[in-house]
Design a protein. Structure first.
Length: 227
């Protein structure tokens, strides 16, 4: 039987293109009257849940996804107290600091099942009217678990190491830097938004691996035939 190397080369290329699974990214925004609250007296901040109807007890909602998109509209919240320390000023108007402390991220799917994970922030910065957390994009969401069937949340919970990168933005007008947020005894509130980015694992099924290997052989054979 004559082997159609062109056909197998196409299959091989398809296998190569699909062998590395794609990452999933979901974006979120605060809801209702939820805020991130900075406590100057203790150099800490917390996420305060909404008290409004429809979003009561939650602080954010997923607004976009590059996956299936079935998580859009899911409500979530972040618990824990986070401490700012070691403020530096690398350049005028720009301040950075370390963040210690940990909490829990919770996302409720459309039928009430929960995705949970442990969250830390690692770093924080302010620049003019803008600010952000985990600006160095370190893995800071770990131990992600979920027992439901929403594909976006399944993808997050089955990510490499069951972990992800979570970043967050906030801001103040007029501008407030980290020094002002940690000086005195007052509190400051800000709206916030951010995203969660997780890398899906490479499929390990025998069919995929076999197709990949066969594809490599076919591509090599086609190259030799064309040379």
């Amino acid at each position: 039987m004559k082997m159609d190397f062109k056909k197998f080369a196409v299959l091989g290329a398809f296998a190569l293109a699909n062998f590395q699974a794609q990452a999933i990214n979901v974006d979120f925004n605060n809801v209702g009257n939820a805020v991130v609250k900075f406590f100057a007296a203790t150099d800490t901040y917390q996420f305060i849940d909404s008290t409004q109807a429809g979003t009561l007890g939650y602080s954010f909602a997923i607004g976009a996804s590059d996956g299936v998109g079935d998580s859009i509209g899911d409500l979530g919240k972040i618990t824990g107290t986070f401490t700012i320390s070691g403020i530096t000023t690398p350049s005028p108007g720009y301040q950075t600091a370390n963040v210690t402390g940990s909490g829990t991220l919770t996302i409720k799917d459309h039928v009430g099942l929960l995705l949970t994970g442990a969250i830390t922030w690692n770093t924080i910065f302010t620049f003019g009217t803008s600010g952000g957390m985990n600006f160095n994009s370190a893995i800071n969401l770990t131990g992600i678990t979920y027992s439901g069937i929403e594909q976006d949340l399944v993808d997050l919970s089955t990510s490499v190491g069951q972990q992800a990168i979570m970043t967050l933005s906030f801001g103040f007008v007029p501008a407030r830097n980290l020094t002002s947020l940690t000086t005195g005894t007052g509190t400051r509130n800000s709206s916030f938004s951010g995203d969660i980015d997780a890398q899906a694992p490479v499929p390990d099924g025998g069919t995929t691996v076999g197709l990949l290997g066969f594809g490599l052989l076919a591509l090599g054979a086609l190259r030799r035939k064309l040379v």
